[in-house]
Each structure stands twice: as C-alpha cells, then as structure tokens.
Design a protein around this ligand. Structure first.
Ligand code: NAD
Length: 323
C-alpha cells in the first residue's frame, strides 16, 4: 500500500492517544473512523479530540475553520466490523497489554481489506509478537506517536521482523504528511529509540537524587538549562561532533564507570510508588501538587512546547530554504 492510496484511517481505542492520533489524521485531510467499546467512551474521546484542537487554536497553530473541517472528517464507531470496512490504514491504540493487542490485531486482520496496513501505537511491546496474530505480518508496523499527539512531533516507525520495507516507508511518508518528524527504527527493540534515551537519563537522574548529589529542582534545572536545551536543537550526537569526539571520548573513559547501570527500577522510585506517591495525579511525586495544578501543569507544558516548536519549525524551514 502506497501513501498516496491511503484515504481512510481507522483508529481503534479512543483514549488519550487514540483521540489525539485521530485528530492528527483528520487535520491532515484523511477520513477518520474512531472506535471504542461503547458510545460513552467514543464521546469522551471526541471531547479530548476537540480539546486538542482548541489548544492548537489558542496557540495560533490552526484556525477555527481548520479545526471545524477536521472534526467533520471524524466518524465514530462502536462496531469493529463497520470501522474496518474499506480502510487502507488502521492504527491500534488500545491499552498496553500484549494479549489484548494481539486479539485486536487478529480481529482487524479478518475485517480489514487484504492490502490494508495494520499499525500499532504500542509504547514498547514487540511489533513482531503483535503482528504474529495476523496473516499479514509484512503489512504490520509500529507507529509510536508521543504524548500529547497534537504537540509532539516525534513518531517512531518501527519494523517488526517481517515488516516489509514498503510498509515502513508508507508510514514514514504518511507521518510526514501529518506534519510529524518520523524516525525509522530498523529493529524491533524494547523502548524503540526515544524511550531508550529518555530512560537512560531517568536512571541517572534518580541515581543523582538517591545519592543526594543534588535536589530534584536542581537536577531538573541542570537538564532544562544544560543538555536538554541543546538536545532540543541539535541532539546528542551532533552535540558530540561540535564539542569534539576526542573530548567526549576522554570524558567517557573516566565517567562511564561512575554512571549508574542498575538493571532494576531505582529503589527510590519503587518506594515512592509503594507509598502511593505517583506524581501530579496523586498530588505528590518528587514535587507536591494541589488538585487543580495537574491540569494547569499540563496546559502550561503544552503551551510552552507549542511556542518553542513554532520557533524551532521556523528555523528548520529556513534551513530547508538554504538560509
Ligand atoms: N499515554 C501515553 O503517554 C502514551 C504515549 C505513547 C503511546 N502510548 C500507547 O498508546 C496505547 C494507548 O494508550 P492510552 O494512554 O491512549 O490508553 P487509554 O487507556 O487512555 O485508552 C485506551 C482506550 O482503548 C479502549 N479499548 C480497550 N479495549 C478496547 C477494544 N478491545 N477495542 C476498542 N477499544 C478498546 C479503552 O476503552 C480506552 O478508551 C498504549 O499502547 C500505550 O502504551 C501511550
């Protein structure tokens, strides 16, 4: 299936990710079928989808007219057979449970047209195992949107063992048409690329905190004012190139033996979870939150990210024009 042949996309699961992903496809002009287990869940998904468009309008990324025409392209479903009929692409966004994803893929395999591509938004389960529940593993692929989909540009297109190169290529092209910045993950490894990078940093941040080397606030500041800021512009490998690979090599020699290499979650993190300190949603994590602060913190994060992205995108497009 070529990218140009794709017109109708089914999104299975209208939760946080499914609703957001449906909005991204609809804004790019695709006809979208959003499905969940019952009408109430589908309507909750539509409310999330509308909220995402409102945030984009507020950030002047789209007009109210763009949002209205996108919403017109989204149809809601509760019967899988109807949602799958005649689609060219299906994106599964049901909860992160291998047997549920395999069962969903097996059903969709029976109901979707033979040539349709089945994509999974899994955060890290094996694409190969999910695809093994179907008779079309060559046309199954991972397509990992980052949360929130209306803000985050990264999409990880991951090949399972049997995913055809053509299928992966189609998803790369389609993701670009959504205005995303897709990367190709050539091998089906846990955590793909983004989460491997994120959790390597997380492990060290927790280690620094446990060893009382710095406070939570100062660790966050170090990242936001230091490497995090630079990585948002040029990434870690180009950072090393610009700094000099000999310097990075010399530092690696003495620093790598000092870094944390535990293969289990940090004892500090395990204790916080045991105590019910789950972060903003429970009012307490590394920081304290008041009930209304949860939504406020997320709105603030998304608002700043959208403004930052505007600047970064302008820079990218100037680079594209050779300036
Ligand atoms: N939340 C995140 O930050 C995030 C980020 C990237 C990827 N993901 C991945 O995206 C997927 C979905 O995560 P989420 O956060 O949107 O979960 P969620 O719980 O918000 O949404 C899942 C939705 O799927 C529906 N569902 C359950 N079984 C179903 C079925 N058999 N048929 C149709 N719908 C069904 C649920 O009713 C629910 O609305 C997971 O694989 C998750 O790992 C999540």
């Amino acid at each position: 299936m070529k990218a140009d042949e794709i017109r109708t996309v089914a999104v299975i699961g209208a939760g946080t990710m499914g609703a957001g992903i449906a909005g991204e496809f609809a804004r790019a002009g695709y006809d979208v079928r959003l499905l969940d287990k019952n009408e109430e869940l589908v309507q909750r998904g539509m409310a999330m989808l509308r909220m995402a468009q409102e945030a984009l309008i507020a950030a002047r990324r789209i007009t109210r007219r763009n949002a209205a025409s996108a919403l017109k392209r989204v149809e809601t479903f509760t019967a899988l057979e109807e949602a799958c009929s005649g689609v060219q692409l299906l994106v599964e966004a049901v909860p992160e449970d291998l047997s549920l994803k395999q069962a969903t893929f097996a059903q969709c395999d029976n109901l979707c047209p033979r040539r349709a591509i089945l994509a999974t938004n899994t955060s890290g389960l094996s694409i190969t195992k999910i695809a093994s529940a179907t008779k079309r593993p060559g046309r199954c692929v991972g397509v990992h949107f980052w949360n929130p989909p209306h803000v985050m540009p990264l999409v990880e297109v991951t090949k399972g063992e049997k995913t055809s190169t053509a299928t992966a290529k189609t998803l790369m092209v389609v993701s670009r048409r959504l205005g995303k910045r897709p990367i190709l993950v050539r091998r089906d490894v846990p955590g793909f690329v983004g989460n491997r990078l994120q959790f390597a940093v997380m492990r060290e941040a927790l280690h620094i905190l446990s060893e009382d080397i710095a406070s939570a606030e100062d660790i966050d500041t170090a990242m936001r004012a230091g490497p995090g800021l630079r990585w948002g512009v040029i990434g870690p490998l180009r950072t090393a190139d610009l700094g000099g690979l000999d310097i990075f090599h010399a530092i690696s020699e003495y620093l790598f033996p000092e870094l944390n290499s535990d293969s289990k979650p940090s004892p500090l993190l395990s204790r916080l979870v045991r105590e019910g300190r789950l972060g903003a949603k429970s009012g307490m994590g590394f920081y304290q939150y008041r009930a209304k602060h949860f939504d406020e913190s997320i709105r603030h994060r998304d608002d700043v990210l959208l403004r930052l992205l505007k600047v970064l995108n302008e820079r990218e497009s100037r680079k594209g024009q050779g300036t």
